[in-house]
Design a protein around this ligand. Structure first.
Ligand SMILES: Nc1ncnc2c1ncn2[C@@H]1O[C@H](COP(=O)(O)OP(=O)(O)O)[C@@H](O)[C@H]1O
Ligand SMILES: [Mg+2]
Length: 299
């Protein structure tokens, strides 16, 4: 198994850069071969230069990219460059987008996740709330603005939905022109972030071909709700497996949350190549990735 890593001592020492470094080290320790690639190819004359140091493999080999969420174009470029070295990233460009962009995933996850409508213009908000109701949770097709607090994501009136939608539409990276208006559901929680965002009882599950690679609490820090009973653990993993089967993307992360009434729901999916591992222990995770992908060498 090959890992294409964006980890670099040139990156600012942010928590995500540290995590990237740690994941790359874990991959090495579990026997993966690591090749480094730059973060984005804008400074290169041509994208093949980023792969100049990577030899063509003796045989078709599976690869995992370890980095930051790329644009769709950049994913396609890296996927193609890797193929020229006989390295097959676990997810095709289409599979990557299906896991990463909520509107593409929603069609398959409907019923497991709160009701959602996609809009591309504030004028579509009225019809959206006719179908979803109020209040709503508003996010971009790729990401929410949870770091800015609850008010940046939750709207109580049509006016607020329109305002949040136009704010989101100006954030191309999070939104890619599509805003998701979701039924606001009561997620079980005790604590809130400093900006008033409820720290919901949520778990991140990594899967490969619908088999569990690892899972752990989604939020960092102590939380009285983080421990799962045996039955709860099974419910979380069963739902993640069902969602991964429906989504049909090989290497995926599923976020599973619990409602106040005890029911488990899917919050969102992601391409696991770009998902933070949250509190999932890294070495067992990478050990399992190497094990499962080793069983499944590229065609
Ligand atoms: N429909 C919803 N109702 C209530 N809370 C939600 C809803 N969707 C998401 N959340 C909360 O908001 C957080 C961020 O939303 P999420 O869709 O995961 O966006 P991001 O991509 O920014 O992580 C989730 O972890 C969850 O706690
Ligand atoms: Mg999330």
């Amino acid at each position: 198994m090959i890992v294409l890593s964006e980890a670099s001592s040139y990156l600012k020492p942010t928590p995500s850069a540290r995590e990237l470094q740690a994941a790359t080290e874990a991959a090495k320790l579990t026997g993966c071969r690591v090749y480094y690639i730059p973060q984005g190819f804008d400074d290169l004359e041509n994208s093949a230069d980023a792969f100049a140091h990577i030899p063509v493999q003796d045989r078709e080999t599976l690869g995992v990219w370890n980095g930051y969420i790329p644009t769709p174009e950049h994913y396609a470029t890296v996927y193609q460059q890797a193929l020229e070295k006989r390295i097959h990233l676990l997810n095709t460009p289409e599979e990557h987008l299906r896991a990463q962009e909520f509107d593409r995933a929603y069609m398959r996850l409907e019923g497991l996740t709160p009701k959602s409508v996609i809009v591309t213009d504030p004028d579509q908000c009225e019809e959206a709330i006719r179908s979803v109701g109020l209040p709503v949770f508003v996010k971009g097709a790729v990401q929410s603005r949870k770091a800015r607090g609850w008010k940046a994501c939750v709207a109580q009136s049509l006016e607020e939905v329109r305002l949040l939608t136009s704010q989101y539409l100006s954030l191309e990276g999070r939104t890619r022109g599509r805003v998701v208006i979701r039924e606001l559901v009561p997620i079980r929680h005790v604590n809130k972030t400093a900006l008033g965002f409820p720290i919901g009882r949520e778990y991140r599950v990594f899967l490969y071909r619908s088999e569990i690679l690892g899972h752990g609490y989604y939020w960092e820090g102590d939380d009285p709700l983080s421990a799962l009973s045996v039955e709860e653990n099974k419910a979380v993993l069963d739902l993640a497996i069902e969602a991964a089967r429906r989504l049909d993307v090989p290497y995926v992360s599923m976020d599973i949350g619990q409602l106040e009434d005890g029911q488990w729901i899917v919050i969102e999916s992601g391409d696991a190549q770009f998902s933070s591992v949250s509190l999932i222990p890294l070495l067992p995770l990478w050990h399992r990735i190497s094990q499962l992908t080793g069983r499944n060498t590229a065609a």
